[in-house]
Design a protein around this ligand. Sequence first.
Ligand code: NAP
Length: 287
Amino acid sequence: MALFRNLGPFSTTAIGHGEMPLTIENNRGHEVGIETLHASLDAGCRHIDTAWAYYCSGGEEQTGEKLVREALETWKGPKDEVLVATKVGHFRNFTDGRPTWDVDGRPENLIRRGKESALALGVDTIDLLYFHRPDPKVPYNESVEAIKQLVDEGVAQEAGISNASIEQIDIARGILGDKLVAVQNQYSPIHLETQDTLDYCAKVGLAFVCWSPLGGYRHPYDETKFDPFREVAAAHGVSYQQVVLAWELAKGDHMFVIPGAHRPETILDSLKADQLELTPEELAKLG
Ligand SMILES: NC(=O)c1ccc[n+]([C@@H]2O[C@H](COP(=O)([O-])OP(=O)(O)OC[C@H]3O[C@@H](n4cnc5c(N)ncnc54)[C@H](OP(=O)(O)O)[C@@H]3O)[C@@H](O)[C@H]2O)c1
């Protein structure tokens, strides 16, 4: 039985499925995308994370949200149990011929994109809608007010913010009140700089949803940071990725992880991490 935790009003699996690799550059195609989402749903995952901007630069927009919709429509299991979260505020572009992630946090853009997200997902009301990333050109409160408008209009049930500092969390709490339920920030053995927001979320009663919990796959990083996790993994006879996810989940009951995958095998292995019990000694060693 998968580990369930409370994310705002939702009871959902502590391990969600990060959809992004299935529809951005280097994905393995539509069929594998559907197969991978079905594999995680069949294995008991009840939380899917996508975004308006999870499509290939220069290609058709919102392919991530459309893939999630199709996967749920063609899945035979209990769809009502699945929490689907999406985000607005990013879009894809080419800069110097390379795919990039740009931001547009203007209120009118966020409101338009939020409504498009609901349409692409095929829902009247999005379960959880995040403001994807602060736009340096737009005062933070103005972007968050747009998310509040979407909640007030019933386009989204609950709100989240992503890539946010403690100061921004407080601005969003002031505007959204109880409707702010989650902060989605990067956190992993190679990205520990968000520890302050992880601790702050526990203090103020917000879920912390950890993105790229395995360090991501798009940039080279310092592999030696994973060595202690490899040692613990060898003792348990599991992948080191499971140890990383179990270590993150042990940071508190407010912790959620959303590993990504390009194929069923990796997400199915990751979903086993909530059954892995690490000893206090092992957790102390991992930090
Ligand atoms: N809010 C934001 O700004 C933001 C930014 C980035 C990402 N995200 C979210 O976070 C999610 C996860 O991030 P991510 O996809 O960048 O990176 P990630 O989850 O840290 O890492 C994904 C990579 O790890 C590999 N992997 C996963 N589970 C594994 C396992 N058990 N054993 C071996 N390898 C495994 C996958 O391999 P394969 O390629 O072989 O499948 C993939 O290459 C995204 O999908 C997205 O939903 C949010």
